[in-house]
Design a protein around this ligand. Structure first.
Ligand SMILES: Nc1ncnc2c1ncn2[C@@H]1O[C@H](COP(=O)(O)OP(=O)(O)O)[C@@H](O)[C@H]1O
Ligand SMILES: N[C@@H](CCC(=O)OP(=O)(O)O)C(=O)O
Length: 368
């Protein structure tokens, strides 16, 4: 059985701060990718860099911030990026394919199935898939925004054995090392929790997006798919292979869970919540630690115009996101029975799909 590795590389590792591609960096990276691939290792690449590669050529003085300017830059830059990858990979006899995805592709099961089938076929033909967000057609509210999240979803989709996120810093530090030189590297992360998010800052360069925060988000998604993640640097010969041998210059995020079922992965990381429920402390305990379903008695508030069968987010009284689930009531129906014991709910409602507001089989916990 071949192992599958998803490698994600950020804009800062491929482009220069004033815009445009760094050809040398791509040449070197193509060499490393070629060395990583072997009879027993398949590689998929998630590459950023389209906006950073394209903005200067069309006259913007710096990485644009407005959506239409980023779209235009990406349209030019993505072509440049692929052209360069294809030329450099061809030197190693590797054919590369371009796959552009949007968040809505992951929300739609049949499109997700199609993407997965195409990737499988490319891999079986020995082609190196190069994936990026389809920036030109993505609107802000529906964007991944950062390719870190996209790489974790791709890793889960194709059941990768490892996700390697390459960036311009050699791992996660106790604080952003650009701001605090005394920060030290965290070699291994066993659990992703609030404390970890507290030390992670935003992007470190004018071309990066998301910083360490989005890399931790990615590690969280992948680890729920049972996939370990490395975040770090690989800019010296042999670095990339060493990351697979546990000797990389960066941070390893361990995974303890076996892969979540597809349905729960979709619920947690790809679906779009239509509304929100606020629950009390007893319901929080039942959902997070008790492995139980959510009943009307524990619900304090319902926001949004959701219908039975929609996905809703569940928050506690402090506004912390606890998880997501498929709701068995529509919003108006639920507002009528908030906080009531089950016997009372049964008396009030003529008809309800199920008594549980969210059944435990249709719930995923997302609390850090
Ligand atoms: N705790 C931290 N440890 C390491 N880097 C951090 C931390 N907090 C913020 N960063 C910043 O994250 C940056 C990497 O993310 P980003 O700029 O989005 O790069 P990329 O383009 O590779 O995705 C680093 O350059 C660093 O300045
Ligand atoms: N899709 C965008 C990249 C967004 C992104 O995540 O950037 P980065 O933080 O450099 O990985 C592009 O190609 O410019």
């Amino acid at each position: 059985m071949q192992r599958r590795i998803v490698v994600k590389i950020g804009s800062s590792s491929l482009t220069s701060p004033e815009g445009g591609l760094n050809r040398e960096a791509i040449r070197y990276f193509a060499f490393e990718l070629a060395a990583l691939r072997s009879a027993d290792t398949q590689v998929l690449l998630v590459s950023s860099g389209a906006v950073a590669a394209g903005f200067r050529e069309i006259g913007y003085p710096e990485r644009p911030k407005l959506l239409h300017e980023k779209q235009a830059s990406a349209a030019v830059g993505q072509a440049l990026l692929m052209q360069t990858y294809r030329e450099e990979l061809a030197e190693h006899g590797i054919s590369a394919a371009q796959i552009l995805l949007t968040r809505s592709d992951f929300q739609n099961r049949s499109r997700m199935g199609n993407a997965s089938m195409a990737l499988e076929e490319l891999l079986s033909r020995g082609v190196l898939p190069i994936i990026n967000e389809n920036d030109t057609v993505s609107v802000d509210e529906l964007k991944f925004g950062d390719n870190d999240t996209l790489s974790a979803l791709v890793a889960n989709l194709i059941k990768a054995d490892q996700l390697i996120i390459l960036t311009d810093t050699d791992g996660l530090y106790t604080a952003d090392p650009r701001i605090n030189p005394a920060a030290v590297r965290i070699e291994r992360v066993a659990e992703i929790n609030k404390d970890l998010y507290a030390i992670a800052g935003g992007a470190g360069s004018s071309v990066g997006t998301g910083g360490m925060r989005s890399k931790i988000d990615a590690a969280k998604i992948a680890s729920r798919g049972g996939i370990p993640v490395f975040v770090g640097k690989a800019d010296r010969p042999g670095d990339l292979r060493q990351t697979l041998e546990d000797r990389g210059r960066g941070t390893y995020f361990e995974t303890h869970s076996s892969a979540l079922p597809r349905k729960k992965q979709w619920l947690g990381f790809m679906s779009t919540p239509i509304g929100a429920l606020i629950v009390d402390a007893g319901a929080e305990e039942a959902l997070i630690h008790g492995g139980r379903s959510l009943l009307p008695v524990g619900v304090r508030g319902a926001e949004g115009h959701f219908q039975t069968g929609d996905v809703v987010e569940v928050l506690n009284g402090q506004g912390e996101v606890l998880g997501r689930g498929i709701v068995n009531y529509d919003a108006a129906q639920l507002r009528d029975v908030l906080g009531l014991p089950s016997t009372e709910v049964m008396k009030r409602l003529n008809e309800v799909h199920r008594l549980e507001v969210i059944h435990r089989d249709e719930w995923i916990s997302l609390k850090s």
